[in-house]
Write a protein that binds this ligand. Structure first.
Ligand SMILES: *[C@@H]1O[C@H](CO)[C@@H](O)[C@H](O)[C@H]1NC(C)=O
Ligand SMILES: *[C@@H]1O[C@H](CO)[C@@H](O)[C@H](O)[C@H]1NC(C)=O
Ligand SMILES: *[C@@H]1O[C@H](CO)[C@@H](O)[C@H](O)[C@H]1NC(C)=O
Length: 270
């Protein structure tokens, strides 16, 4: 393991390489505010270890949605990723006195649900190639529509151009996440006969938590009106009709279409 201080340098470099990719979001700003240098160093150290362990750049070659091949490939990879992640949180606590950290995908996997991921690693590993290929093909190509009711509401509420864009982007993001969740669960049912229920639960809890964080981060800034009805439909505990009434049918149709697209891409495998 490399020295804590040398990562100050690494970190400066790695923070310039970021924020590109399929579905990457960095919410680490939330705790960077109070102690700028220290936690950035823990984060940089973790990313460097990722690079050393997996010969890939975390910022550009690791994806949170769908679950990344790097970690579900096999038990050894999961273990390696998680031991480094656990160290990151130890670093934050011991070096920076930060014990309360926001939700992150890696924290969910490695701190909150490691045993569940570990128990289901065979199924996750077996399904991975379909998730990466077929699911990505479908989910990158799904047709995303906004209902006229929500378009009207944006006008009524006098959304700025930027707010409209944010709403549309967030809605796309939710469609992408929901599609991957549905697709992964579909593949699990096809492939992991005995352990399907348990593996499905692991995947569901990951996506549920991910979507919940999407909502929370808008809500925290008092911008939850930018969270679309579809986003609410797929996020646990949210009401799809909260801001716009009568959205259930529209969202049903969106989900039905997604399900059909997924089925048809796998029909060749049946
Ligand atoms: C660590 O943080 C807590 C509050 O978050 C504070 O009460 C405590 O004094 C801090 N300890 C050190 C060593 O800075
Ligand atoms: C919702 O749909 C019902 C039945 O179609 C209609 O009576 C009602 O006015 C609608 N509500 C809104 C707010 O559009
Ligand atoms: C939406 O789908 C659910 C089942 O998934 C069904 O019970 C409900 O009646 C549907 N609602 C509308 C308005 O289509």
């Amino acid at each position: 393991m490399l020295n804590f201080a040398t990562f100050i340098f690494f970190t400066i470099i790695s923070f310039c390489l970021c924020h590109i990719g399929r579905s990457r979001r960095h919410f680490s700003d939330e705790y960077r505010i109070s102690t700028p240098a220290c936690d950035v160093v823990c984060e940089g150290q973790w990313k460097s270890e990722f690079h050393v362990n997996f010969h890939k750049l975390y910022d550009t070659e690791y994806f949170e949605i769908p679950l990344d091949t790097t970690i579900v490939k096999n038990r050894a990879n999961l273990k390696l990723f998680c031991s480094s992640t656990t160290q990151k949180y130890t670093c934050l606590r011991n070096e920076c006195n930060i014990s309360r950290t926001p939700w992150s995908a890696e924290k969910h996997i490695c701190v909150g649900h490691y045993d569940n991921f570990d128990r289901n690693i065979n199924c996750l590993s077996l399904t991975d190639k379909y998730v990466q290929k077929e699911c990505s093909n479908v989910c990158n190509a799904i047709k995303i529509e906004l209902s006229q009711l929500e378009i009207n509401r944006m006008t009524e509420m006098d959304f700025s151009k930027q707010e409209k864009n944010e709403f549309i982007e967030q809605n796309k993001h939710c469609n992408f996440i929901a599609c991957h969740q549905m697709c992964h669960e579909y593949v699990i049912n096809k492939i992991c006969i005995d352990s399907a229920a348990s593996a499905r639960a692991v995947v569901k809890s990951y996506y549920d938590a991910y979507l919940n964080r999407e909502y929370t981060s808008l809500n925290k800034d008092d911008h939850d009106e930018l969270y679309s009805s579809f986003c609410r439909r797929v996020t646990p505990g949210q009401d799809e009709n909260a801001f716009t009434a009568n959205m259930t049918r529209f969202n049903n149709l969106t989900l039905d279409r997604m399900r059909n697209d997924i089925r048809s891409v796998f029909s060749i495998l049946d």
